[in-house]
Design a protein around this ligand. Sequence first.
Ligand code: NAP
Length: 264
Amino acid sequence: MNKLTIIGGGNLGKSILSGLANSTMFEVKNITVVDKSKYNLTAIEEELGVSTSQDITTSIRGVKWVILCVQPRQLDIVLKEIKDIVTADQILISTVTGISIAEINETIPINKVVRVMPNTGASKKLSMTCIAANEEVKEELEIVQKMFDTIGETLVIEERLMQAATVLGASGIAFFLRFLRAMIQGGIQMGFHPHEAQIIAVQTAIGAATLVAENGTHPEREIDKVTTPQGCTIEGLNEMEHQGLSSSVIKGVMASYEKINTIK
Ligand SMILES: NC(=O)c1ccc[n+]([C@@H]2O[C@H](COP(=O)([O-])OP(=O)(O)OC[C@H]3O[C@@H](n4cnc5c(N)ncnc54)[C@H](OP(=O)(O)O)[C@@H]3O)[C@@H](O)[C@H]2O)c1
């Protein structure tokens, strides 16, 4: 039963496939990807050597792990297609945004269900993936976490925090990128060409994030290290705060959170 099927070979499906196919967790012949497009499947097969199929039902028989990687509007069709085939010992792992375990259980009542929320960093093996599971999934949770460790960092959370994880982790990519864009614009105004400003701002962002990630420090401690009293950094930081930087970021995160809770 050490077989895995991914339903949906789109952006995220391909990223997960690439992580798993290049890990030692599964033999590539034991990984199957199902998609509607034969063209897409041929490309995946050639690149990663995994099995491919356009038939969901035959692809999930005898398979322990099934990862659902379709759009939210497509999930219902897939669940209805597999509901009479899945067995109680199969683990359904849903990447689908905004669909709860309880909602999946409305169609498939008996299964072990795990929800995962990666982000687009997955395509560079730098995803932040939050994972939540129902009570049925205990010893398998560690294996699910290992699967998603192949595409970045993972954290097991309570399902009630899944919407918050979507805002902080998935929308968070956009929030950081907007800050990055603003830094680039500032760099251009000071005299750099756009591509030069981008190289400087991107590498600085990687450096800043890596300092916190690897040192395990609070951001403010790393800020203190570059903030000379009466210097240019504190001048810039204080002006940003007078203009409401922290406040607007927190308000933006909360607006996003309020919105996601109305979409649900
Ligand atoms: N991309 C991310 O980083 C990310 C992050 C967090 C969560 N998610 C969630 O992950 C899910 C997948 O996202 P994505 O960006 O990978 O979407 P995507 O690129 O649209 O991929 C979905 C794939 O599934 C295929 N598909 C749809 N219905 C199918 C069916 N019945 N049988 C077989 N294949 C089917 C689609 O084919 P067609 O295009 O022909 O319909 C498409 O190739 C979404 O629910 C999204 O909310 C994504």
